[in-house]
Design a binder for this molecule. Structure first.
Ligand code: CP
Ligand code: NVA
Length: 311
């Protein structure tokens, strides 16, 4: 397979054009249909993929590992604590060495700079499996899910309600790229980074969509097609959990808030959910929720990402 994506790193969605994002999503759709028809094409036959994890994971780890297997590749799960990294080997040296062995490096890190350093020193593409700054594979899967449910992306309106975190940052860039309008509602002091908001606003303006950041959850969800939320304390912020819950209570997705969205609005959550905090059981298990289809699509989209980038 030869495309303009081959050999590229996937660190941040800002580095990908609308056309490239739609290409990845369409390929994810195809691979999903193929899998449903019992066809599994081995685009990465005989290759290996290193997966470095500095943080916990259920979906990302398992979906990447299964995706690699179904593409004919071998995935090596590497807990960063068990690597020489923990004993002082540099990220740069690790990248040089691993890329002598593997066709790609998938990495989940605390500091986004670690991904930048990995990519700068690896001969093989590096894929961001979540950093403190962003979660691009999540958002590619989310866009695939939204298009699957709504048939289009451009022109839709999405509200993200809660903490202005890594997922919010990538949603801002992903929605802006595909021409979706996005409203982010967070408590004061928990907004996404100014730099990301202004980058997303510029991209959205070029695509005829808009970016709104508000401290009012009701304003954000008025007549939207999609409501999205995530945990209030991300990995690494466990010590702030109790305080954050107090501050973010008014930003919970419950039936009352959902009533302000369009009647056929869908509800997404990247998971894991803290039920009873950012989302009620009623909404998470209710007819608007597509969270488990969303989780499934991580598998298909990451197959597409690896097949397109690593081949
Ligand atoms: N959504 C997501 O990335 O989940 P995990 O932390 O379980 O990988
Ligand atoms: N914002 C969350 C996402 C988990 C998939 C975190 O970083 O912990």
């Amino acid at each position: 397979m030869s495309t303009r994506l081959q050999g590229r790193d996937l660190l941040c969605l800002k580095d990908f054009s609308q056309e490239e994002i739609l290409q990845i999503i369409s390929f994810g759709d195809k691979l999903k249909l193929d899998a449903m028809a019992g066809k599994k094409e081995r685009y990465l036959e005989g290759k290996s993929v290193a997966m470095i994890f500095q943080k916990a994971s259920t979906r990302t780890r398992v979906s990447f590992e299964v995706a690699a297997f179904e593409l004919g590749a071998h995935a090596l799960y590497l807990n960063a604590n068990d690597m020489q990294l923990r004993r002082g080997e540099t990220i740069a040296d690790t990248a040089h060495v691993l890329s002598r062995y593997v066709a790609g490096i998938v990495a989940r890190v605390f500091a986004h700079q670690d991904l930048v350093d990995l990519a700068a020193n690896s001969a093989s593409p590096v894929i961001n499996a979540l950093s403190d700054l962003s979660h691009p594979c999540q958002i590619l899967g989310d866009l695939m899910t939204i298009r699957e449910k709504k048939a289009v992306l451009s022109g839709l309106r999405l509200a993200y309600v809660g903490d202005g975190n890594n997922v919010a940052n990538s949603l801002l860039l992903g929605c802006a790229r595909v021409g979706m309008s996005i409203a982010i509602a967070c408590p004061k002091g928990f907004e996404p980074k100014d730099e990301i908001i202004s980058m997303a606003t510029d991209i959205a303006t070029q695509n005829g969509s808009s970016v709104l950041v508000t401290n009012d959850p009701i304003v954000s969800v008025q007549d939207v097609d999609v409501i999205y939320t995530d945990v209030w304390a991300s990995m690494g912020q466990e010590a702030e959990h109790e305080e954050r819950v107090k501050i973010m209570r008014p930003f919970a997705i419950n039936a009352d808030l959902l009533a302000y969205a369009k009647k056929d609005a869908i509800v997404l959550h990247c998971l894991p959910a803290h039920r009873g905090e950012e989302i009620t059981d009623e909404v998470m298990d209710g007819p608007h929720s597509v969270v488990f289809d969303q989780a499934e699509n991580r598998l298909h989209i990451q197959k597409a990402v690896m097949a397109l980038l690593l081949c």
